[in-house]
Design a protein around this ligand. Structure first.
Ligand SMILES: [Zn+2]
Length: 437
């Protein structure tokens, strides 16, 4: 049975770049996070899009058919906050993947869409343009390009050139110039937090407002990196489409959730980057997760096992993670309960985070925070599609970019890691061919 199943998958897999065929899934349990509905039966895909959900395979369908034997189908996952150079290494060389390697490992783990929120501008937007022209190999990449910030502000410390905005005039000039390259979002840092006693300069409110207004005039969405709840309030009132990271340990002031709901602002909490590094030290068994073992070299996992937590470079960051872990989960739960739309973002490229895999961890942390399974699923699927303006999923007309799972994510969100197959625009992905790391 097993070999038959695998040969059938191999038969349906097409080399990247070939046109998507018609295909059908039978014996499927289709979960639609958008409306929390479950459909049992067949899924007909035509030209790479969902054509129809039916009780049984239509008699006139003559394309290839994959019997899922009662497995679960969900929209493929998205990571709307990453930096696609690779994986950080605490105490060693980072694992350099580049955008193609990141796209490969992401899709391998069922993450079919990634939003890069800061990489070298022309490199990352050029890669994005190349994917748009020839069809994606690996996950489909969306990109911000630079990370707008004040002189000596956060994002300027990595030695990667970025765009500096110190005045509203700078903001209008830089965003207008950047808009010519059509970034998928504009990313800006507005951060008054002092991490472990360290604070960095940040743009003033007038400059933030000018960035957001100019981006809106060009029809480009905005993501604001924030540090405090006051930063969130300012960003929402200035018209941000999304804010990323979760302040703490203070809970959100009472007005924040209402402001965000009324403005329709998305929250990208990034719980994993704010808590996973210390968690790996406390629970090294996390480094043995099968999906992590498949996607991250043992040498890098060993470096995490050997981290000296008393090193000055880590001490304050680890302490910060310990203090914030529970309050930030509580904050996310209260915002989600109030109706703030949440999105899954990992901040890949930072310590404690692994490209692709950590999306699943972020989902687990959202579940641990108290989000119901359907709500957690939406953060990585249908709400992410809405934010990215790219329609994929399980409803007729959606791009058929899907995950087939061996167990239901409604029973435990960690079941998103039990990947049977990845389908990208109606084509079964040859996951083994993505293993370039
Ligand atoms: Zn980031």
């Amino acid at each position: 049975m097993k070999s038959l199943k695998h040969s059938l998958l191999a038969l349906l897999a097409l080399p990247a770049g070939l046109a998507a065929q018609d295909m059908a899934l039978t014996g499927a349990v289709v979960l639609d996070p958008a409306n929390e509905s479950i459909h049992r039966g067949a899924v007909v895909i035509r030209g790479g899009r969902i054509a129809e959900l039916a009780d049984a395979l239509p008699a006139d369908f003559d394309g290839p058919t994959l019997n899922l034997g009662g497995r679960y189908v969900i929209p493929a996952l998205a990571d709307v906050h990453t930096h696609s150079f690779g994986n950080a290494s605490p105490g060693g060389m980072p694992q350099m993947l580049g955008p193609q390697g990141t796209a490969n490992v992401a899709l391998y783990t069922g993450v079919a869409f990634v939003l890069d929120l800061f990489s070298p501008e022309d490199m990352i937007l050029g890669f994005r343009d190349g994917q748009r022209a020839s069809g994606p190999q690996g996950a489909l990449l969306f990109a911000a390009g630079p990370c707008l910030t004040a002189t000596s502000g956060h994002c300027s410390e990595y030695g990667v050139p970025t765009r500096i905005v110190d005045t509203p005039e700078d903001a209008r000039r830089e965003v207008t110039e950047l808009a010519g390259k059509v970034p998928d979002v504009v990313k800006i840092v507005y951060d008054h937090q002092s991490y472990g006693g360290r604070s960095m300069p940040t743009v003033d409110l007038a400059t933030l407002t000018a960035v957001l207004e100019t981006a809106r005039q060009h029809g480009i969405r905005t993501v604001v990196h924030i540090g405090t709840w006051d930063d969130v309030r300012d960003a929402v009132q200035a018209g941000a489409d999304a804010v990323t990271h979760t302040p703490g340990p203070a809970p959100p002031p009472v007005d924040i959730a209402t402001l965000m709901v009324e403005a329709g602002t998305f929250h990208i909490p990034t719980l994993a980057v704010q808590s996973e590094f210390v968690r790996m030290l406390d629970e090294p068994g996390l480094l043995d997760d099968p999906l992590l073992v498949e996607t991250v070299p043992e040498a890098l996992r060993d470096i995490y096992r050997g981290v000296d937590a008393s090193q000055p470079a880590f001490e304050s960051w680890l302490e910060y993670q310990r203090i914030l872990a529970q309050p930030t989960r509580d904050a996310v739960k209260s915002l989600a309960d109030a109706g703030v739309p949440m999105l899954t973002g990992t901040d890949g490229g930072n310590p404690g985070i692994f490209q692709g895999y950590s999306v699943h961890r972020e989902l687990e942390l959202l579940e641990a925070a108290g989000l119901p399974p359907w709500a957690a699923l939406r953060t990585a699927t249908t709400d992410a599609a809405r934010f990215l303006g790219h329609r994929w999923g399980v409803e007729p007309g959606d791009e058929a970019t899907l995950l087939v799972l061996d167990a239901s994510p409604l029973d435990a969100i960690a079941n998103t890691k039990r990947i049977h197959a990845v389908i990208q625009a109606g084509t079964v992905v040859d996951r083994e061919s993505l293993r370039t790391w």
